[in-house]
Write a protein that binds this ligand. Structure first.
Ligand SMILES: Cc1cc2nc3c(=O)[nH]c(=O)nc-3n(C[C@H](O)[C@H](O)[C@H](O)COP(=O)(O)O)c2cc1C
Ligand SMILES: [Mn+2]
Length: 491
């Protein structure tokens, strides 16, 4: 195993260092002259769906744009690239990486950012009438999207007026006009709560947004940390050095110095200005927003200034259907694993969370009732509680990251009459495609859960038939012997 700490601190240059590290492990493919209108989105979907651990795609000379205005897609779509971002070992089994990533995120001591006078992001500054967000190749990714989206792997930065803490979150941003962006923040998101505190006073909320920058910022910005924890401090803590930030000339908010593109602007109270948003193809595999959702108008960002590096690189993370995964690992898995253990459940040997609505928990059964205890903990722990449908409990011989094995366990170890438990009234979200219109309209975003106990029944586990698969050690030996004859994958 080599070490993913290739993003050494010397000469560290955020996204650009990350891309170079990806080239070193042969996980970056350059593509010229693709179209921002559907072609890049469709190729990204094809790569994510058809290629296991697909490479990062770096698009340049995008149709209608000069050379240098680039977009990177699938930045963290392989386990090795997740390991690179977090400085973890390369080529670790997926489940081990899940655990290491969760530990690293949990144990890193936050380091506040360091203010610097200027940075590469300030090399080009545009303000006033010259502001035009379409100077950058914002994509239309899915055929029924309501427009082009510049913000998909973005960071929205705003400051809580009461406590002063600075939040960073990833919320989608549609291009409404040269200086106007749509902003979709789900109810309860921290960035939204901060906006609401300004709106309550009749004021617009000052914001900074970045579109491309340090991958650690993107990582921190899309993980739910407790209210009051600044994702800037988290990113610094994960890297072990403070994030350099420049004080925004208009807002006073921190602008990450090595961001590729940043804007300063404000989000007015929706009563003053708001706009139809979407539809937008979302991660459950369906469109949301527009007339499909509540039809409610959504907040906007008035863009006052744009800053960018020379030859800037946008990060695109436009959601894809769950069969085309964009995450090398699902970070949530490790958090759920920790929380199930914190509830005191023994012998949990693996947890994996699937997009969209399934969590698989593997245990070594120690007593009658153990599986049920694990299933209930998985349904209710904080990291899994908000967006769910199915929990599957499996035995220790099943790898929860391998859907083939999970599927086999469900088909062969479950008696549907007794091994599926149905619950109702659990925490959901408006993005759930199966949310009945009347519940959605009433603001009752709850749905049911099923726990599937795909384990050998504890009381007669010793009489359960023996598994018909090759012994792992011998399987490996035979694969090695015949690797020249058949094209077996690594590992
Ligand atoms: C690619 C991507 C896009 C996302 N888009 C949105 C979005 O449009 N609206 C939203 O509310 N959350 C979105 N999220 C989820 C939030 O980023 C996530 O819940 C995060 O914790 C929000 O930050 P906060 O906890 O500081 O509120 C997205 C996540 C990812 C990975
Ligand atoms: Mn937050």
């Amino acid at each position: 195993m080599s070490d993913g700490a290739g993003l050494g601190m010397e000469n560290y240059d955020g996204l650009r260092s990350f891309i170079e590290s990806c080239r070193e492990i042969d996980e970056c493919v350059d593509i010229d002259e693709a179209d921002w209108d559907l072609e890049i989105g469709t190729l990204t979907e094809a790569a994510a769906e058809k290629i296991d651990a697909p490479p990062m795609l770096l698009f340049d000379r995008i149709k209608g744009y000069p050379k240098g205005r680039r977009v990177v897609c699938l930045p963290i779509a392989s386990p090795n690239r997740v390991a690179l971002v977090l400085g973890l070992p390369l080529d670790a089994p997926k489940l081990e990486l899940v655990r290491l990533a969760a530990r690293k995120i949990r144990d890193a001591d936050p380091i506040p950012p360091r203010e610097v006078a200027t940075g590469p992001v300030m090399d080009n500054a545009i303000a006033g009438d010259d502001v035009d967000v379409l100077a950058f190749p914002a994509l239309r990714s899915h055929p029924w999207d309501g427009g082009r989206y510049i913000g998909t792997g973005d960071n929205l930065i705003n400051r809580d007026p009461d406590s002063g803490y600075v939040n960073v979150g990833t919320y989608r941003m549609q291009v409404h006009g040269p200086g106007l962006l749509g902003l979709w923040m789900s109810p309860g998101q921290q960035g939204r709560t901060i906006c609401e505190r300004y709106w309550a006073k009749g004021e617009a909320c000052p914001v900074v947004a970045t579109f491309g920058g340090d991958p650690l910022m993107f990582l921190a910005s899309h993980i739910k940390f407790p209210w009051g924890t600044s994702e800037l401090d988290v990113a610094g803590g994960l890297r072990g050095t403070p994030m350099d930030v420049v004080k925004g000339p208009l807002t006073g908010l921190p602008i990450p110095a090595r961001a590729e593109v940043a804007i300063e602007g404000e989000v007015p109270p929706p009563g003053e200005q708001s706009q139809d948003e979407g539809p937008f193809g979302e991660w459950p595999g369906y469109y949301s927003g527009g007339t499909i959702g509540t039809g409610e108008k959504q907040p906007v960002i008035r863009v006052k200034a744009i800053y960018h590096r020379d030859d800037p690189i946008l990060i695109n993370m436009a959601p894809l259907w769950p069969g085309a995964p964009q995450d090398g690992i699902q970070f949530r898995s490790g958090l759920i694993w920790d929380q199930i253990e914190a509830a005191g459940i023994p012998d949990v040997v693996g947890v994996y969370a699937y997009h969209a609505y399934m969590v698989v928990v593997a245990i070594r059964q120690r007593y009658a009732g153990h599986a049920r205890q694990a299933g209930m903990a998985a349904v209710s722990c904080a990291a899994a509680a908000r967006n769910g449908r199915f929990v599957v409990v499996v035995d220790e011989d099943i790898d929860p990251t391998d859907m083939k094995e999970v599927n086999w366990a469900i088909q062969t170890r479950v008696d549907p009459a007794s091994d599926i438990e149905i619950l109702d009234g659990w925490w959901g979200t408006p993005l759930d495609p199966r949310m009945p219109p009347e519940r959605r309209d009433a603001g009752d975003h709850t749905n049911g859960r099923a726990i599937i106990y795909a384990v050998r029944p504890y009381m007669w586990r010793d009489r359960f038939p023996r598994v018909n698969r090759a012994e792992p050690a011998y399987l490996k030996e035979v694969m090695e012997k015949y690797r020249g004859v058949l094209d077996f994958p690594k590992g």
